[in-house]
Ligand binder design. Structure first.
Ligand SMILES: *Cc1c(COP(=O)(O)O)cnc(C)c1O
Length: 390
């Protein structure tokens, strides 16, 4: 019998990670030292990108990404409804308005067809988005080539929310390379693929955007004389040339990040082995396994199944609750953002999001993390089989 709880996601910390953090604690810098640039360098090398800016969360990263693109009052930000609220909230922080594009029934990512349709209408109504945020749900990369084409055609910026997708690839290029976007954002929350406890990061190939994001993450303050409006008074001098925030990552977090990056490829390989096993072991059950777009090599943050409710005698909620009561830490990613109480004020209509609605009625995230053992995975499958009564 399965007695111990199996969560849906969990950090993977080894002795090297612990040593890296302890070393920082004994050093001169707990913040604003050498580890943050070292972490940023590791990401730049891995992602093959020009600039990387580490911050204290992906939420902060999304915020400074939007600010650097000039998103503000009167502008629109579009994203997918099947995401964490942060992908949309970043627009609200900037005073912009939010709209959603329904999902693709196969990938569960933003539907490129629906995006194209909605853009054509928005153009006529003169309310095109300034920023579109494709989210690589579960780690599966969105159809970025088509999204980039549309961005050129309609003149919007693209921020990839790659919170689920570090270590993944799109058409052979690392996620984060910004080949098809202006900025990419990562999250290092403990349930994600690598962790810094809390933490996030923006990548870009645009020096102007990098410069702005660097300002916004630390009060709008610069020490670069070239950016100052007048000659420095002396070597102590800094200038606040814009209004920014304190979104800095600490040295402890960055050291953990550097150490975690060493095992990123290993984490991804394990996740792929687990997903392959799930795919095989679930074939005889009344569930839809995750379909993978051939252009995408997923980071596999999540493994989402959809219940074939017409082949099951129970409701989605019953299956979910029974799995939880049997210590399988399933989850649901995500509640459609437009249905959140705070978003009700914006007057979204569920009829506009039929695929997202259906997804929400069927989806369940099974446990997926790099230290999940095959034995635990077998328990998950056996319990699911039992709950589904097949
Ligand atoms: C986790 C997550 C975020 C927010 O990440 P934080 O680092 O917790 O701020 C944003 N978008 C998506 C898709 C996420 O999964």
């Amino acid at each position: 019998m399965n007695t111990s709880f199996i969560p849906y996601g969990k950090q993977d910390i080894n002795q090297a990670d612990i040593d890296a953090v302890v070393e920082v604690l004994k050093s001169d810098f707990l913040t604003q030292g050498p580890k943050v640039p070292a972490f940023e360098q590791a990401i730049k090398d891995y992602c093959d990108v020009e600039y990387a800016l580490a911050v204290n969360s992906a939420t902060s990263a999304l915020h400074i990404a939007c600010l650097s693109l000039g998103l503000g009052e009167g502008d629109w930000l579009w994203t997918t409804p099947i995401t964490f609220v942060a992908s949309a909230n970043c627009g609200l922080y900037c005073g912009a308005r939010i709209d959603f594009v329904d999902i693709d029934p196969k990938t569960y990512n933003i539907s490129v067809e629906k995006l194209a349709e909605k853009l054509a209408i928005a153009k006529q109504e003169n309310r095109l988005p300034k920023v579109v945020v494709p989210v690589h749900l579960t780690g599966q990369v969105c159809e970025m080539d088509k999204i980039r084409e549309l961005s050129k055609q309609y003149g919007f910026y693209v921020i990839e929310d790659a919170s689920h997708a570090i270590g993944g690839k799109y058409k052979g290029k690392p996620v984060g390379s910004c080949e098809y976007s202006d900025i990419t954002v990562f999250s290092f929350h403990p349930v994600k693929i690598i962790t810094t406890a809390e933490g996030g990061l923006c990548t870009t190939n645009n020096s102007k955007l990098a410069e702005k994001m660097e300002l916004y993450r630390s009060h709008g303050i610069t020490r670069n004389p070239e950016l100052m409006t007048k000659e420095p008074d002396g070597s102590w001098y800094y200038q606040q040339i814009d209004i920014g925030y304190n979104y800095r990552m600490t040295e402890l977090q960055a050291a953990l990040g550097v150490s975690q990056m060493v095992r990123l490829d290993e984490f991804i390989a394990v996740r792929h082995a687990l997903a392959k096993r799930y795919d095989e072991l679930l074939t005889s059950l009344p569930v839809t396994i995750p379909w993978q777009h051939p252009d995408s090599y997923s980071g596999l943050h999540l493994y989402v199944i959809r219940l074939k409710l017409n082949e099951i005698q129970k409701t989605h909620k019953q299956v979910f609750d029974e799995l939880r009561s049997k210590n399988i830490g399933v989850n649901l990613h995500y509640i459609p953002v437009y249905s959140q109480p705070y978003y009700q004020q914006f007057g979204f209509k569920v009829e506009d999001f039929s695929e997202a609605e259906q997804y929400y009625q069927e989806a369940i995230s099974l446990p997926m993390f790099s230290s999940l053992t095959f034995e635990q995975q077998d328990v998950v499958i056996a319990t699911l089989r039992e709950v589904l009564c097949v």
